[in-house]
Design a protein around this ligand. Structure first.
Ligand code: GLC
Length: 544
């Protein structure tokens, strides 16, 4: 198979220098006209992704057979494609076409739970004597564990007279990872996708898989939040026993060994969804060279929970840099299919600043589809809401960030062909103005800004893999840092406030990009003004 996947320069691995772009397949591009996106839609957009935008890897949220109770995170077959999204042949074509363009493919792996319609669970619940009974977590009595999606984490099974555990919906029973057969079967599903050529995995709620073997009750919450924002009853308990048992690490060491076995031909990676906000505990998910490595990247969600202020954001970056060992690689993310969109959280000007931050910090950035055109959250009337989380826990609805990608001013925003079924979620009201086609024509658009930002990052090793050093003595409200590598230095200066700020920087330099897209000045930086909400990247002139 012809491929453009060259080893990256400077011995950095692709997942260190790559920009990852998350696609929620239901919402990206519908080629069949059923109002739901599909894999052929992603294939159609590969040139956009690799050339027009300039990202390096795509992470596809689940496209597996599923009753869609949690929109695909309830997997009924780990080794197939849901006909709604296409076929395995479409998937193979997607991998081949992506690789030809130098794009890597990361798929979602959902180890904590399957669908209740997975044949394993159907067998497991068929009788207490079934050989797969112990593939899930059954108990005579429920303890006080709660479901992330509200209510008890235990569901009574009338037919066999026991309760089963579900950390999410009752249609998402938790697999019993203490059972070696489950481990083997699940690792086989990983092998299946590795054999098909995928470059990596995003591991769903990775830290949930191992619970306290004695199933002890959770104590009342001491302090802090279970997730990064208030989460109702779930926050009333300290989640000591229902997830993150130390044995979890054994599993991910095995997982890593498996990925490494397949990395001889092409390096594979895994990024784990880890909602832990104690840095030391979070960093344990990298593993250690002595005990064994685990995730290449445990997702760092700290920017989602931090107030959008210069000092607070700087603190997060400095804490992360201090928390990880020298050999570990950082990463950042500002949005995904579970979170409010950046443009809505911070407003359009600060959203550009956030993008400049994300794409110039040391580490691997992950973008969420639509961020590049400044897509906003869509307020969806309750009667049209579909997300079970939001319907059960007020305030946690995720439909608003999953609306169809806005490609053009054509009918259905170019997401579905003209005359199609109504898209599965309503379009944002602004789609006629905010769409890829319109923004490609406008040199001042958010898309033009992202394209330049990504191109500058790609061309300059200092930005992809250089060191990070925050600058002291900057005005309150500004976060300023430098990235350097092999004689090249960039200063990134970000004004988080809606007032101008005067900076005093050493040396000379040239502005290579402003979030306002209207300046390329150069000279002495002794007295440098950032306009309100402005971020700039300055390429420093080397002192001779
Ligand atoms: C993760 C996914 C989320 C899903 C949940 C249960 O948090 O990102 O979308 O609902 O796991 O699988």
């Amino acid at each position: 198979m012809p491929t453009n996947l060259q080893p990256s320069t400077f011995n950095y691995l692709w997942w260190q220098t790559a920009v990852i772009y998350q696609i929620y397949p239901r919402s990206y591009k519908d080629t069949t006209g059923n109002g739901i996106g599909d894999l052929r839609g992603v294939i159609d957009k590969l040139d956009y992704l690799s050339q027009t935008l300039g990202v390096d890897a795509i992470w596809l949220s689940p496209f597996y057979p599923s009753p869609m109770k949690d929109f695909g995170y309830d997997v009924a077959d780990y080794c197939d494609v849901n006909p709604m999204f296409g076929t395995l042949a479409d998937f193979d074509e997607l991998v081949a076409e992506a690789h030809q363009r130098g794009l890597r493919i990361i798929v979602d792996w959902v180890p904590n739970h399957s669908s209740d319609q997975h044949p394993w669970f159907i067998e497991s619940r068929s009788s207490r004597e079934n050989p797969k009974r112990n593939w899930y977590v059954w108990a005579d009595q429920p303890n006080n564990w709660l479901s992330v999606f509200g209510g008890s984490a235990w569901e009574w099974d009338e037919a066999t007279g026991q309760y089963y555990l579900h950390s999410f919906l009752k249609e998402q029973p938790d697999l019993n990872w203490r059972n070696l057969e489950v481990q083997e079967a699940m690792f086989n599903t990983v092998r299946f996708w590795l054999e098909r050529g995928v470059d990596g995995f995003r591991v769903d709620v990775a830290h949930f898989i191992m619970k306290d073997p004695k199933m002890r009750a959770n104590p009342p919450a001491k302090e802090g939040l279970a997730f990064h924002r208030p989460h109702g009853d779930y926050d009333s308990l300290s989640h000591e026993n229902d997830k993150g048992h130390p044995d979890t690490h054994k599993i991910y060491r095995r997982f890593r060994t498996l990925l490494d076995e397949y990395s001889q031909t092409a390096p594979r990676m895994a990024v784990g969804e880890i909602h832990i906000f104690d840095w030391d505990e979070w960093a344990t998910y990298y593993g250690t060279p002595e005990a064994g490595l685990e995730f290449h990247l445990p997702f760092n969600f700290s920017l989602l929970k931090t107030p959008w202020e210069a000092a607070a954001v700087r603190r997060v970056v400095d804490e992360l840099e201090a928390a990880i060992p020298d050999w570990a690689w950082p990463n950042y993310v500002l949005g995904n299919h579970d979170e409010g969109r950046v443009a809505t959280r911070f407003g359009p000007e600060q959203a550009r600043l956030a993008a400049m931050l994300l794409l110039t910090l040391r580490g691997t950035p992950t973008l969420y589809y639509g961020e590049e055109i400044g897509m906003s959250d869509v307020e969806i009337p309750i009667e049209q809401q579909l997300d079970p989380f939001g319907l059960r826990v007020p305030g946690w609805g995720r439909d608003r960030c999953r609306t169809p990608m806005q490609w053009s001013a054509n009918p259905n925003a170019g997401f579905s062909p003209e005359g199609s079924a109504t898209p599965w979620l309503p379009l944002a009201e602004d789609w006629r103005a905010i769409n890829v086609e319109a923004q490609l024509e406008d040199p001042t658009s958010t898309l033009s800004f992202y394209r330049q930002l990504l191109a500058i990052r790609k061309e300059n090793p200092a930005l992809r893999q250089g060191s990070y050093a925050p600058l002291e003595g900057m005005p309150e409200g500004c976060f300023v840092y430098q990235r350097s590598e092999a004689g090249q230095t960039f200063t990134v200066a970000l004004n988080f406030e809606p007032i101008p700020q005067r900076l005093s920087l050493n040396g000379k330099g040239r502005v290579v990009l402003s979030t306002h897209l209207d300046r390329l000045d150069k000279g002495n930086l002794q007295s440098f003004t950032l306009r309100k909400n402005e971020g700039v990247m300055i390429q420093m002139q080397n002192a001779q």
